[in-house]
Design a protein around this ligand. Structure first.
Ligand code: ATP
Length: 248
């Protein structure tokens, strides 16, 4: 059914450098085929939560010290980051992270590296990415470092799509982008969700846009979930309006 949980985060604690407790018992239940928003201000723990799922904390001296993370029922927190990708979960990092000296198309192709299938499938997927991001097709031969912020965000998402993920963890897609471009990126996320069935868990400080496009939301404050529910309800919630949407 639509409400099947694909990703379950159960009461996790994350500690950096053995002493800094950043997540203080976070639980999430991410529905398969949905868009789930992880909201909250600067330093609330959104990025840490995503990195815990994709197992990218070790390089930052962070670790999950309590709780567990399950993907399709399997405990994934002891797997290496590549193993998590092989299970179908890929993270698009905050700040876009393209290979600046490679072309747009070369960047996209680096996303296909985990796949075992042949070139035919890879070029079909490249066409699929260009179908969602026609702008990238126009810029396919340009060096990524010389493309705009919005184009780099498209490259980062397109590159993730090349691994044929079941779930994309998208960190702060709106960051540094003009409002019109933010709408465009979220519109594409919605299409990928509806047409390709991609599950999204996205971290956002832009509560308004995230809740308009998401089905479900979680609000983090200081390493704890303080509110969660259907996105529609959160958009209407007086506290959310006052503290996160800037209206009262
Ligand atoms: P932002 O939007 O700023 O990324 P966030 O909600 O994603 O905010 P996190 O990046 O998860 O928050 O950070 C949560 C807390 O963990 C912050 O107080 C931050 O300073 C701290 N933190 C993050 N990375 C590390 C690290 N490698 N070592 C120590 N503390 C860290």
């Amino acid at each position: 059914t639509e409400t099947d949980t694909v990703l379950e985060v159960n009461n996790i604690e994350v500690i950096y450098n053995h002493v800094i407790l950043v997540l203080k018992g976070v639980s999430l239940s991410v529905p398969k085929g949905g868009i789930t928003a992880l909201l909250g201000g600067n330093g609330a723990g959104k990025t840490t939560t995503l990195k815990a799922v994709s197992n990218l904390l070790h390089s930052e001296r962070g670790e999950v010290t309590k709780g567990n993370i399950r993907y399709n029922g399997e405990r994934i927190q002891d797997l290496g980051p590549e193993e998590v990708v092989k299970r179908g979960v890929i993270q698009v990092m905050e700040g876009r992270h393209c290979f600046e000296h490679l072309t747009v198309e070369e960047n996209l192709l680096t996303g296909a590296y985990t796949r075992g299938d042949g070139r035919g499938a890879v070029s079909a997927d490249l066409e699929m990415v260009y179908d969602y991001f026609p702008r990238l097709k126009e810029r396919r031969g340009s060096q990524a470092g010389y493309t705009s912020g919005g184009e780099q965000q498209m490259v980062a998402i397109g590159r993730a799509l090349m691994s044929r993920p079941e779930t994309i963890l998208l960190d702060e897609p709106s960051m540094g982008l003009a409002p019109q471009l933010v709408e465009q990126i979220f519109g594409i996320v919605k299409r990928l969700n509806e047409e390709q069935g991609v599950t999204f868990l996205l971290a956002e400080q832009n509560t308004n846009v995230a809740l308009r496009f998401a089905h479900k939301g979680y609000i983090l404050e200081n390493g704890r979930v303080v509110m969660d529910g259907p996105a529609k309800d959160l958009l209407e919630n007086p506290d959310v309006k006052e503290f996160y949407l800037g209206v009262s």
